[in-house]
Design a protein around this ligand. Structure first.
Ligand code: ADP
Ligand code: MG
Length: 321
């Protein structure tokens, strides 16, 4: 199968590649064209997933299709943006119709669920890697940036933490679990649900936001740095799921919530006056700490003692000392 046949069969023909609101021209020309309404801005983000680094190789291509798009769209949720379009740069060692068909099916399912159109990409031969660039729209000036947190704000998250990190030993085949536990954890890993509606609901309310990809402590560190504030996280307030506690124990579940990656749950700072209204509207918001003057992230135990761990999150190219 040639490059053009591959693009036509598996990507240009996919339901998610048939355009949508804001797409003036999709796959097939030198560029796609997006329409930006007056008073709106485009939010743009790129994510690369490399086989053996970001996902096990081999893995189920259908699940990979879902996950590769979800992690990219999650960045749009974290800005409060509405998804419009995405491009896919696909590098493949070999071309097998079965693999591509399953990958495209997973990709299409996630794309349609998120309301985002495939508008272009690139297809090359090499070690398996996937690069997604996502485009979303926002009313000008309303993006949820990382730099607006204020001392006195609440530190909040949009759901339970640690499930995807808990799933990792299952994904890697290092452990097994009862199907009732494994099913729930693996679903969080393979098909994270970008919190798009929550992101939009936080516009004009949250003072900063991001999506948790490297663990709560590491990602709170990004907000603290960008906003020039300190953040205190209370260990007793971490929302962890019953399946995760059943699998790792309470302490293990809390570790996964603090330092595991891949949650793709929103973390944001909120003036306390905004909380009752959001809770009344049914948003699954958990307060995990607060913003203080100072710098860095501090983890506190039940008695308010500082129990901040030394290592946080996963970093590529981290220097070892
Ligand atoms: P060019 O040589 O101009 O870069 P390509 O031959 O790479 O064009 O791609 C032809 C068209 O197919 C372009 O519109 C491109 O965006 C699209 N395309 C290529 N690969 C993919 C892919 N994996 N998924 C979606 N669209 C793709
Ligand atoms: Mg090209």
């Amino acid at each position: 199968m040639g490059e053009f046949e591959l693009i036509r069969n598996f990507f240009a023909a996919a339901p998610c590649a048939q355009g949508g609101e804001g797409v003036a021209l999709g796959i097939g020309d030198d560029c796609a064209l997006l329409a930006v309404a007056p008073g709106e801005q485009l939010a743009i983000s790129t994510d690369t997933l490399v086989a053996g680094v970001h996902f096990a190789d081999p893995c189920d291509p259908f699940l990979l299709g879902q996950r590769s798009l979800a992690v990219a769209v999650s960045d749009l949720a974290a800005m409060g943006a509405t998804p419009v379009a995405f491009t896919l740069a696909l590098t493949l060692p070999t071309v097998t119709a079965d693999w591509l068909q399953d990958y495209a099916r997973g990709l299409n399912l996630m794309a349609q669920g998120c309301g985002v159109a495939l508008v272009g990409g690139d297809t090359t031969r090499g070690p398996l890697s996937l690069t997604m660039t996502v485009f979303g729209r926002l009313p000008s000036g309303q993006a949820l940036v990382r730099s607006g947190a204020q001392a006195g704000d609440l530190m909040c998250v949009g759901g339970e933490l640690g499930n995807a990190a808990g799933a990792l030993p299952l994904v890697l085949g290092q452990r097994t679990a009862d199907p009732s536990i494994a099913g729930s954890l693996l679903a969080h890993y393979w098909s994270p649900q970008p919190q798009l509606a929550l992101g939009r609901a936080l516009r004009g309310k949250a003072t900063s936001a991001l999506d948790i990809s490297d663990g709560l402590l590491a990602d709170c560190g990004h907000i603290a740095l960008a906003s020039k504030v300190g953040i205190q996280v209370e260990r007793s307030k971490l929302p962890v799921s019953a399946p995760l506690v059943a699998f790792l124990g309470q302490a293990g579940a809390e570790e996964a919530a603090l330092s595991g990656g891949d949650d793709y749950v929103l973390a944001f700072t909120l003036p306390s006056v905004e909380l009752p209204g959001l809770l009344a509207a049914g948003w699954p918001i958990h307060v995990v700490g607060r913003v203080v003057s100072g710098q860095g992230v501090t983890l506190l135990d039940n008695d308010g003692r500082d129990i901040t761990p030394q290592t946080r999150g996963y970093q590529h190219f981290r220097e070892t000392t």
